[in-house]
Every structure is written in C-alpha cells, then in structure tokens.
Design a binder for this molecule. Structure first.
Ligand code: FES
Length: 72
C-alpha cells in the first residue's frame, strides 16, 4: 500500500528501511524520503514505523535473553 504519494513510498519500503537498521521515524524519513514534500502522509508513516518497531521488539528481546524469557 502506498503511504506517501508524493514520493511513491509504500509501507513495505518503510518496513524494509527499519529491517535494514532505521530505528526511528526520522531515520526512515531520511532513508526513504517519506513525508518530505506535502507532509500529509506523516501520521500514517509514523504509525507504520511505530507498529513495525513494536513488532520487532519482542523478537529482539527473545534473541537477547532466550533462557530467561522462555523459562519464565
Ligand atoms: S504524500 Fe507524502 S509528502 Fe506528500
């Protein structure tokens, strides 16, 4: 789905930017150009970034502390 029509950025591209190392909306914006023109897509772009980061956190926690989290 297109998030930013001005720059032609999709939600998949935003997720990909996060998987490749972006840790914040600002970094995603710099990497993809999302919301850099009219700015109408900023809310949705932030939501996609927030959701993607939230989905990734439990996976990262499980990798960092596999024994503690699986034993509890
Ligand atoms: S729709 Fe994203 S900057 Fe205009």
């Amino acid at each position: 789905m297109y998030v930013c029509l001005c720059q032609g950025v999709t939600d998949g591209q935003i997720r990909e930017a996060i998987y490749e190392g972006c840790c914040s909306y600002r970094e995603v914006r710099q990497a993809t150009g999302v919301a850099s023109q009219c700015g109408k897509c900023a809310c949705l772009a932030k939501e996609v970034v927030r959701d993607t980061l939230a989905q990734m956190r439990p996976a990262q926690a499980a990798i960092s502390f596999p024994v503690e989290f699986t034993a509890a």
